[in-house]
Ligand binder design. Structure first.
Ligand SMILES: [Zn+2]
Length: 135
């Protein structure tokens, strides 16, 4: 490692809050499966998973497995910490955008529009959380 290292390092991530609404998502995450919700009435997918469709307020929302592929919509790099990291929004191929962390990447080379792929990162005493790395 050098002083100019800008590659992400493993950051400790606290366990996410799990409630009844999000439990199926976190149960799937433990199995390495990424779920999003899609509305059975208007047909639109959304993130984060909710019982009620945010577009038409239908209760007819269903879980759907996603390959977790998308592009970087926007991002910020935090260089001035002991372990630099990047956070930002990824637009999934299905359409919704999600706030996330970027991992296993050269922080100086991240670009808007760059293709990324989801993976799960362990947390402390909780289910793994979705993060993204260059595809
Ligand atoms: Zn809807």
């Amino acid at each position: 490692m050098t002083d100019t290292q800008t590659t992400t390092q493993a950051r400790r991530i606290p366990a996410p809050a799990v409630n009844n609404e999000s439990k199926p998502f976190w149960d799937a995450a433990k199995e390495g499966r990424f779920l999003i919700k899609r509305c059975g009435d208007c047909g639109k997918p959304h993130w984060y998973p909710r019982v009620i469709c945010p577009y038409c307020f239908s209760l007819n929302t269903k879980w759907e497995e996603s390959p977790g592929e998308g592009v970087i919509y926007t991002f910020s790099v935090m260089f001035h910490t002991h372990a630099p990291y990047a956070i930002g929004y990824v637009t999934l191929n299905e359409g919704p955008s999600m706030l996330t962390n970027f991992v296993d990447c050269d922080l100086a080379s991240l670009k808007i529009g760059q293709k990324v792929k989801l993976r799960f990162q362990p947390t402390e005493n909780g289910p793994p959380v979705p993060v993204f790395a260059p595809a």
